[in-house]
Design a binder for this molecule. Structure first.
Ligand code: AMP
Ligand code: MG
Length: 399
């Protein structure tokens, strides 16, 4: 038992072998959630011209206070053609070009409109309510670094900067395969000894949300010939993720068949709970994860090993899971040998984030775990963590 890898050692071995995939050019309309492969620089100034921040009147600050002749309009997308003459004002809308000669905008709420004139009783500073050209970003400046996920706002930033297409890392192609003779698809009736198969659905939805292009197959029986065939197909992907059949039972054949197919095992078994029998190997450029079949073990193994690998393949700078601090809602006994990952519900109590462990922490209890939104890390050690202890936790609904 002392020879088991720690979580950190195992994650290090995975990340050492998960190198960024090649880049491809992606139109912005299809780039949501993708990861930049190169830095993105602005092609234009933003705003591209001095523009109004308010609906109102463009004026010369030096003319205020005063009554000004309204000599035209600058609307968004329809600039005023010509100059603002001294003693006059141009009606202007938010986002419209500030006409030459104007150096301030007076909001419409602060003027008295008469037939062809506006009365402005207050002074204005030069530059008031004007968004300067390039005030958000200047042409040539950095908009996104390489290795950044295109969140909705970052995607908007890229588009606003005049970039229509950009190099992104190819999405990892992931094959998901459940193994176990007892597994049947939901919708069929259960015969003696059978259970409904859940891991394919769970892993496919989780890994797709993490940026993968997922393909899956019906579950495979614990049979060497059947496994050989489907595993060989799965090994054509960038990442093969199996569940089940990696423990020490007579019918746990996945690792042996993978070895026959040329997979070099990097590790088997890690000192975590649940999920200890997890395996990891490579064949060529394909990363091969063998998650244990118990659904909660597969969930935890996927969060701790597969998702970090997918982030690294996409070129993200910090591929490890992002743990946040929180406070335990109930005391928990620590495991002496293994780091434990406890499913919990998070709730906000004033300024504290409190984690309430769910009842039913066994690794087959996927229905209990279905109510959890947090995975709490209880480091191995002696004794108990008291209620109120500060712990690290991982959001279960995050990509
Ligand atoms: P194994 O890792 O193959 O020894 O499986 C451990 C436990 O998880 C057994 O009770 C299996 O029936 C169950 N199990 C394995 N694969 C799945 C799956 N895809 N969906 C639901 N339960 C599973
Ligand atoms: Mg099995």
């Amino acid at each position: 038992m002392a020879s088991l890898l720690t979580l950190e050692e195992a994650q290090e071995r995975v990340l050492a072998l998960a190198r960024p995939l090649p880049a491809e050019r992606v139109p912005v309309a299809e780039a949501a959630g993708r990861v930049t492969a190169e830095e993105v620089r602005a092609r234009v100034d933003l705003p591209p011209f001095a523009s109004s921040a308010m609906d109102g009147f463009a004026v010369r600050a030096a003319d205020l206070p005063g009554t000004l002749q309204v000599s035209g309009e600058s609307a968004a997308g329809r600039p005023f053609e010509g100059r603002l003459e001294p003693g006059s004002a141009i009606a202007i809308s938010t986002g419209a070009v500030v006409p030459e000669g104007a150096d301030a905008v007076v909001p419409v709420e602060r003027v008295v409109k008469l037939a062809n004139t506006v009365e402005i009783s207050l002074a204005a500073e030069a530059g008031a309510h004007i968004r300067p050209c390039g005030g958000d970003v200047a042409r040539g400046e950095l908009v996104a670094a390489a290795g950044e996920r295109l969140s909705p706002a970052r995607l908007a930033a890229v588009a606003a900067s005049g970039v229509a297409e950009l190099p992104c890392r190819r999405r990892p192609r992931v094959a998901v395969l459940a193994t176990g003779t007892e597994l049947v698809a939901p919708g069929e009736s259960l015969r003696a000894g059978q259970i409904y198969e859940t891991n394919t659905l769970m892993l496919a939805s989780m890994l797709a949300a993490a940026g993968a292009e997922v393909s899956s197959e019906p579950p495979a029986a614990d049979d060497e010939a059947a496994l050989r065939q489907v595993l060989e197909r799965g090994l054509a992907a960038d990442v093969l993720v199996t569940s089940g059949g990696v423990s020490v039972g007579e019918h746990d054949l996945v690792r042996a068949v993978e070895r026959e197919l040329g997979v070099e095992e990097v590790f088997w078994r890690v000192s975590i709970k649940p999920g200890k029998p997890v395996s990891f190997g490579v064949r060529g450029d394909t990363l091969v994860f063998g998650l244990p079949g118990n659904p909660v073990s597969a969930l935890v193994g996927s969060e701790l090993f597969v998702k970090p690998a997918l982030r690294a393949l996409q070129g993200l700078a910090d591929p490890l899971p992002r743990f946040e601090p929180g406070q335990l809602g109930a005391g928990l006994r620590r495991n002496e040998e293994r780091d434990e990952f406890v499913r919990a519900r998070s709730r906000v109590d004033g300024t504290a984030l409190v984690l309430e462990p769910i009842a039913g922490q066994e690794s087959h209890m996927i229905v209990r775990s279905g109510a959890a939104d947090a995975l709490v890390h209880i480091p191995r050690g002696n004794g108990k963590l008291a209620a109120g202890s500060i712990v690290r936790w991982l959001r279960l609904d995050a990509a």
